[in-house]
Design a protein around this ligand. Structure first.
Ligand code: F6R
Length: 258
């Protein structure tokens, strides 16, 4: 796909909130998700793993414990999962979501979904995953982190965007970045199942959280650079309703959104 210059018209759809610290990012992001859940208790959430949304999940747990939120009718669909990996494995995204959010709130286990990391027929699993989301009415709000290389989900820089949920070969930079969660780098799975960029853009709203100087390049390339599959998150410029919550460090290379 050819790169396109960013027009100001497109950028009106992106709201950037720059916070002093990670705690504030987490509170603001949780307030947005809490608003969606309160307004529509049967909403469909698109969720992400990684370190960025952990504080937001903690804030949501606090709100649930304070009796402010009811997740009993909420449905959730995660963006991605390593492949191959057993859901019971403590490095799986299934396990991550259980320990960081699901087991602390009253979401119905039947309503939570993470792509299956031990599926045999991957194509069928990917198709079925999207079908399930579509039948649930589509994602109301999709939470995203962003990789240092601009990836969203596990959509790595490439020559073309992947539209559909699919099997991805992880890039060396992502394997290295994710090695912090494993005992050793060799343990990081080399593949993952991920919603494609095209499918992510189907969500009605997008909420991206990022912190730290390591994300500065990705944030500026995604929001102010050309729309190109070499920076997968740059496709967010095409979405009508994106909120990006970052700290000053992650925002440090932004020119127009400060
Ligand atoms: C996780 C995911 C990834 C991460 C990204 C940033 O479900 O889809 O795209 O959001 O790798 O990871 P952290 O937040 O650990 O820096």
């Amino acid at each position: 796909m050819k790169s396109k210059a960013v027009s100001n018209e497109l950028k009106k759809n992106i709201k950037v909130i720059i916070c002093d610290d990670y705690a504030t990012i987490s509170q603001k992001a949780a307030a947005i998700i809490a608003g969606v859940v309160s307004l529509d208790p049967e909403c469909v959430l698109g969720l992400a793993t990684g370190s960025s949304p952990v504080g937001m999940y903690q804030e949501l747990i606090k709100k649930y414990e304070a009796g402010e939120l009811d997740f009993s009718k909420v449905k959730s669909y995660n963006l991605d999962e390593y492949y191959p990996i057993d859901p019971e494995n403590d490095q799986s995204y299934h396990y991550f979501m259980d320990t960081n959010l699901f087991k602390h709130i009253n979401i119905d286990p039947a309503n939570v979904h993470v792509p299956s990391g031990n599926a045999e027929d991957i194509e069928a699993v990917c198709d079925e995953y999207e079908k399930m989301i579509n039948e649930a009415g589509g994602i109301d709000i999709q939470v995203l982190g962003i990789g240092n290389n601009g990836h969203i989900g596990f959509n790595e820089p490439a020559d073309a965007y992947d539209a559909k949920t699919h099997l991805v070969d992880l890039q060396e930079s992502t394997i290295k970045a994710n090695a912090r969660f494993f005992e050793k780098e060799e343990d990081v799975p080399r593949q993952a199942i991920s919603m494609g960029v095209g499918y992510i853009l189907n969500a009605r709203r997008i909420l991206l959280v990022a912190n730290g100087a390591g994300k500065a390049y990705a944030i500026s390339a995604a929001l102010e650079g050309p729309i190109t599959p070499q920076v997968p998150a740059s496709a967010l410029q095409l979405h009508p309703d994106v909120t990006v919550i970052v700290d000053k460090e992650a925002a440090s290379l932004l020119k127009e959104f400060c």
